[in-house]
Design a protein around this ligand. Sequence first.
Ligand SMILES: [Zn+2]
Length: 237
Amino acid sequence: MSIEMDPRISRHYLDLVAQETRGLLEKGFTPSGTSGDVSLRDPITGLIYVSGSLVGMPFAETDFSTFAAHDVSVHEPDGTNISPWALATIELPMHLGIYRARPDVHAIVHSHPLWASVFAITHETIPLALAEQMGNLGGEVNVAKYAPAGDVKMGAYIVEALGSKNAVIMANHGAVTVGPTFEVAYRYSYFLEQIAQKIIYAKLIGEIHALKPEDLNPDSYMKGTEGYGAGRDDNLE
Ligand SMILES: [Zn+2]
């Protein structure tokens, strides 16, 4: 029996989201091997592709090492599932909320990373401590208030704490980075891990000398993801 596929759905994007979900495991961003999720928004159709699971297979038991195109679910911007073969991660409302609030964002990486999670546990903001942090993450990294995974409130808290930046910590949970492409969103995830680790070490040997955004020359860094994402992005192809 075959399932008819909505003609707007791109096989390429199903494969890409599957590959980038496996990436969470390959890049060391998921301690359990099954936590975290990624998504993309097709700039042409507006459809959202997100890590999910085959109907009948709980997401928590979907092994990221073998994550495949059929584990990806596809949604209208309002969340309607148009992929009858798959169900989305319960964190779908968070992905939808970010895309609604941020037209510049076309890729989201939600991970459960090692060092950034220390700040998720302590609810401490990661200060703006290195000049290059501005261009990568958009400044200090806020901690979004806690809500259980899948709760619609979680999405609202994350959108609020993220603002126009590229990274946010989720209290007692993990982290989210956003970008115009997966390549950029993952680059910010790496940067977030690095700055989190550096701040922890800095606290061990001395005091943090934080910068203010006005201490930096605005011409020396790219503001948010400005300049990317006009029309279809080649890196999403
Ligand atoms: Zn999570």
